[in-house]
Ligand binder design. Structure first.
Ligand SMILES: [Zn+2]
Length: 237
């Protein structure tokens, strides 16, 4: 199976790898390119080999495989050594917004007895959908202010790989565990721990400390029905 370098080191910007297949997309033995998933868009970037340098415009998961897609058809054969570089500016923005969504998610559950129903990360903003009793614009502003406090408290953000048994014993985490059938297919569970604040199951990439997020602003608040409220945040610095 492809080695996920974006988990091994979330700050990896470049890497060496070998092509293992090139049908319907380039597959590598290992990759730092994050494939679209969990509300986080994929990385883009380049693969260099010999005198060639090709653009990777989309990266997606197909089962256990990670496919690197190019603009046109590219002639590259299995066994070729490549040097991959990801668009770090884009990725780092995704890492900040992704970590911000964890913080907002934690606040919604801790302080508002709410439930997060969805989220999407972009390079210049992130939005989140949730269901909070008696939600209004003022509460959205409060959530934003609380999120800024957590950011400024400079919490370390670490990743851990737990066994299913270990994960099930953490009460705050088992709440978010998906159905047992899905769990049986996993050999370990990746957990993102905003130390002293919140823990969540997750496959995405995050910053190492909440302080890296910087200054945030509530960009919009929208009621989309009694049980569906949408907020968007922008990182200003
Ligand atoms: Zn995450």
């Amino acid at each position: 199976m492809v080695e996920k370098l974006f988990w091994k080191d979330q700050y990896m910007k470049a890497f060496n790898a070998t092509v293992v297949a090139a049908e319907g997309g380039i597959e590598l033995d290992k990759t730092a390119f994050y494939p679209t998933g969990g509300g986080q868009p994929c990385d883009i970037g380049t693969l260099g080999f010999g005198d060639n340098r090709i653009n990777i415009v989309e990266v997606r998961k197909e089962g256990d495989r990670i496919m690197h897609l190019t603009e046109g058809s590219i002639s590259i054969t299995p066994g070729t050594s490549v040097f991959g570089e990801i668009d770090w500016h884009r990725r780092y923005a995704h890492m900040k917004y992704h970590t911000l969504l964890h913080i907002v998610d934690g606040i919604v559950e801790k302080y508002y007895s709410g439930r997060v129903t969805g989220g999407q990360i972009y390079q210049d903003r992130a939005r989140m959908d949730f269901d909070i009793p008696m939600m209004d614009r003022q509460k959205a502003d409060e959530i934003s202010a609380k999120a800024q406090e957590v950011i400024d408290e400079r919490h370390a953000v670490t990743q851990k790989f737990l066994s299913i048994e270990e994960a099930a014993m953490i009460p705050n985490l088992s709440r978010t565990l998906p159905g047992n059938e899905l769990l049986k297919k996993l050999d370990s569970i990746r957990v993102i721990d905003i130390e002293g604040f919140d823990m969540q199951l997750d496959g995405g990439t995050h910053v190492a400390n909440t302080s890296e997020i910087g200054k945030i602003r509530l960009d919009s608040y929208e009621s989309r029905g009694a049980h569906n409220k949408r907020v968007a945040f922008v990182i200003e610095s």
